[in-house]
Design a protein around this ligand. Structure first.
Ligand SMILES: Cc1ncc(C[n+]2csc(CCOP(=O)(O)OP(=O)(O)O)c2C)c(N)n1
Ligand code: SF4
Length: 338
């Protein structure tokens, strides 16, 4: 693993000028990935329509990507990005990989290329799920990044199949007795392993060393790597400024989106999230930080005390059960070797 200090001094292909919300986890993830990939190898990103795309490639206004100018003899420094439709970032990345490999095989391309796709969870595991699974199944040598903010954010915060139970979204509103989203999320980590990925991870830049190492490892595997990045969304999750990293850590440690890294042939591990509920931080505190759960848990403004809303106790218990099942499933998943 390169040293954190060395990577911090690299040039990031994600540059100033995006219109992502201030404090958006996606911009932190892209900043970091941008630096890790500035490693002397030409980088190509494909990016599907999502917050990360509409806020950074709004030609001719905002184009927040690039590594400055490079001459042909600085091929390893160069960076390119392809915007493609919503659900097709992995497919387009696979196409880039195939073309690069074919050019290499016939001697026309002398230098290596590293290829990344970037999607939101809506693009990757809702509308684009079928395409994503087939690209994994073909063992395409790419890294897929899925920025999981649990909603279709840029089109109005609609539910996605990654949405946490009981979250209020624009298409699963908490109204009357209905406590928001009633569907448990798709088990996308297990699904990616079953489809044939060589590296599967769930990690955010809040676990900075782990994040950097995972991105570096993803570029070294022979087949497909997929990294799901839990991405607290200040506008959709509705929390106060400055809490993005705290929420990323609290949610991971409380078992809502545990940090998880798995490699084919080696197995995996759950990091910084205890298996027993009694050893994990309070779920109520995690819920109370976000107004998308205000219908079940609230914080007293004067005392700061968190309390379950009267009549919502069974929803909090159901949430606790889902979280425990989630953590247990990941511990078991970590034991799979191939
Ligand atoms: C085929 C197709 N359907 C719908 C849309 C409209 N659309 C653009 S982005 C988007 C939501 C993206 O959600 P997600 O991938 O989760 O990214 P986020 O906005 O949350 O970053 C939708 C529905 C589209 N561009 N193409
Ligand atoms: S809506 Fe959410 S995901 Fe989109 S830019 Fe804002 S904070 Fe980021």
């Amino acid at each position: 693993m390169s040293s954190i200090k060395e990577v911090a001094q690299r040039d990031s292909c994600f540059r100033a000028g995006s219109t992502l919300c201030p404090g958006c986890m996606e911009s932190m993830a892209l900043q970091n990935i941008g630096r890790v990939t500035d490693n002397g190898v030409k980088t190509c990103f494909t990016i599907g329509t999502s917050c990360a795309e509409v806020s950074t490639l709004f030609f001719p206004n905002v184009v927040a990507w690039g590594r400055g100018e490079s001459s042909p003899d600085e091929f390893g420094k160069s960076f390119s990005i392809i915007h493609n439709v919503f659900e097709s970032a992995p497919t387009c990345a696979e196409a880039v990989r195939d073309v690069a490999d074919a050019l290499t095989d016939c001697g026309a391309l002398k230098n290596p290329i590293q290829v990344f796709s970037v999607s939101g969870d809506g693009g990757a595991i809702a509308i684009g799920l079928r395409a994503l699974l087939h690209t994994i199944n073909r063992r395409s040598r790419i890294t897929m990044i899925v920025l999981v903010n649990e909603v279709f954010a840029n089109t109005g915060f609609q539910y996605s199949p990654a949405a946490t139970p009981f979250s209020d979204t624009s298409t699963t509103p908490a109204v009357g007795d209905v406590p928001g989203n009633l569907n448990p999320p798709i088990d996308y980590l297990h699904m990616a392993i079953a489809a044939g990925a060589d590296l599967v991870a769930q990690v955010s830049p809040a676990h900075s060393r782990m994040f950097q190492k995972t991105i570096e490892d993803s570029m070294a595997v022979k087949g497909t790597a997929i990294v799901f990045v839990p991405a607290p969304c200040i506008s959709g999750w509705k929390y106060v400024d400055g809490k993005t990293i705290d929420l990323a850590l609290d949610g991971a440690r409380a078992g809502v989106y545990p940090t998880f890294v798995w490699k084919r042939g080696e197995g995996g591990k759950v990091v910084d999230c205890k298996r027993e509920a009694k050893d994990r931080p309070s779920l109520e505190e995690f819920l109370a930080e976000q107004r998308r759960f205000v219908h079940i848990v609230e914080r007293d403004r004067k005392t700061g005390e968190v309390r379950v809303k009267p009549g919502r106790e069974h929803h909090v218990e159901a949430f606790r059960t889902w979280v425990q099942d989630n953590v247990e499933r990941l511990y078991q998943l970590a034991e799979i070797k191939k």
